[in-house]
Design a binder for this molecule. Structure first.
Ligand SMILES: NC(=O)c1ccc[n+]([C@@H]2O[C@H](COP(=O)([O-])OP(=O)(O)OC[C@H]3O[C@@H](n4cnc5c(N)ncnc54)[C@H](O)[C@@H]3O)[C@@H](O)[C@H]2O)c1
Length: 432
């Protein structure tokens, strides 16, 4: 009991510490106890990633999910990868009541993030919450305020900020390789086979209303009868998701903000609709084609597009500077090319001033150069290190909220068919 008290006391103190000095008092077997809420696609894969990220610093002592099939699958995986058997819960509040749990991972659908994150902070837990921070701008600010009161560590799952490739991109921009930047293109293109429509993820055939807690899935969303499509394909419905804006776009506008040291755009216009997946049996709400144009206060435009009916161009962010172009493609490859000012005519001379001509083109493949295919492992590790008082989190709720606001602006502009303006001083939006 005394040991338990000391361990917990340490974690509390360490969480508040700025540097590593206090960590020396940590016994070798002091592990951060984690409760995992949501072991669907992301939550399940993350059980492995956490094992790679911090195998000696953490133990996953509890998992919670409202579908029994996924609980069973996660228990199996825990036995295989971690060699342990976590306690299991269907009600996340019961998991939060376990005082031995130091931190929770919230990997549930977007509309549940708010209530779960607030309850976790009130229960004294450190929190890793998947992106988007919350389902609405107002809910996001609730979480930011609760976090500020709690003094706990919170990391939002915008993991690209922990990717070495994107850190390198930021460094190159800061070093002036592309010159001034006033224009960025970002895009994400995907496709599905005709009989596998985009975002119609497979529904486990064993799932029934008996082994799936539909009401807990709904949370505060509008009540309706059991609907397995809504449960397993929640991204397609406004009640639970912002669709492209909060699923894909937020990652990309977030990382553009990171690379260019921006926060929130001033305006957004958005256009699109359900153009590809129009079968009459497909009742999706959210667009499968969306373009959003953002203008920032200091003369930057981000031109974003996403289409779920053609994957040829993949996904990426292209920073179109006055003196060069820096692209990160599919989170795997970074390319830099200096401008040549020759309109790309064949055999035309390179008209660039000497200083620009001297900049060599660059190609870095992230997996080869950094042995990373995604930033998630670094992001998890950074969260744990922050709990241990050794690092600051790279994506606290303030940053996660900036990413989420950018996404919500696109949804609001699209739904209202109006240009939306963000007032950074008042933290409010209006339409014009
Ligand atoms: N950072 C990334 O790159 C990334 C990638 C994919 C998903 N995500 C995010 O992860 C989150 C989950 O997405 P997903 O694709 O794994 O969805 P999913 O539907 O595959 O998984 C969600 C899980 O939550 C469970 N769940 C639903 N209601 C619950 C409740 N009340 N209590 C406990 N569990 C509940 C479901 O049973 C399911 O297992 C979303 O916020 C999504 O945006 C992030």
């Amino acid at each position: 009991m005394a040991d338990e008290f000391n361990r917990r006391n340490f974690l509390k103190t360490a969480a508040l510490a700025a540097g590593p000095a206090l960590v020396t008092g940590r016994a070798a077997n002091d592990k951060v106890n984690i409760g995992w809420i949501g072991v669907g696609t992301r939550g399940y894969a993350s059980l492995d990633w956490m094992h790679t990220a911090a195998p000696n610093d953490v133990q996953i002592t509890a998992i919670c999910d409202t579908y029994q099939g996924y609980i069973a699958r996660a228990k199996d995986r825990m036995a295989t990868i971690w060699g342990t058997t976590p306690k299991t819960y269907v009600d996340y509040r019961e998991l939060l009541a376990d005082k031995s749990i130091d931190a929770v991972f919230i990997m549930t659908p977007e509309h549940l993030h708010h209530d779960m994150a607030i309850a976790a902070l009130r229960a004294g837990k450190n929190v890793y919450v998947e992106k988007p921070l919350a389902h609405t701008i107002e809910e996001g600010f609730d979480i930011v305020r609760e976090w500020e009161k709690s003094k706990k560590i919170v990391q939002v799952g915008t993991q690209n900020r922990s990717s070495s490739l994107y850190k390198k991109a930021k460094e190159l921009v800061k070093a002036g390789m592309v010159g001034d930047v006033h224009f960025v293109r970002a895009f994400w293109y995907r496709n599905g086979l005709p009989n596998e429509p985009s975002w119609r993820y497979v529904i486990p055939p064993e799932a029934t209303p008996q082994n799936t807690d539909w009401n807990r899935f709904l949370g505060t969303a509008p009540k309706r009868p059991w609907d397995e499509h809504r449960y397993f394909q929640w991204r397609l419905y406004w009640d639970y998701s912002g669709g492209i804006s909060t699923d894909l776009l937020v990652h990309q506008t977030d990382i553009v903000n990171f690379m260019l040291e921006k926060t929130v755009p001033r305006t957004c216009m958005a256009s699109g609709g359900v153009y590809r997946w129009t079968d009459k049996t497909d009742d999706r709400d959210v667009p499968d084609c969306l373009s959003a144009i953002y203008d920032y206060a200091d003369k930057l435009q981000v031109n974003y597009s996403c289409y779920l009916g053609n994957e040829f161009f993949g996904y990426g962010e292209e920073i179109c500077g006055n003196e060069g172009t820096l692209r990160v493609m599919n989170r795997q490859d970074l390319y830099f090319e200096p401008e040549m000012y020759n309109s790309r005519r064949p055999n035309a001379p390179n008209r660039a001033p000497e200083a620009i001509k001297a900049r060599a083109a660059i190609h870095i493949n992230g997996p080869q150069e950094y042995k990373e295919s995604d930033g998630a492992i670094n992001h998890f590790r950074n969260f744990i290190q922050a709990i241990l008082g050794k690092e600051q989190v790279i994506a606290p709720p303030t940053i996660g909220q900036q990413a989420a606001i950018t996404g919500h602006m696109a949804t609001l502009a699209f739904k209202n068919q109006k240009k939306i303006v963000w007032d950074e001083t008042a933290n409010k939006y209006h339409f014009v």
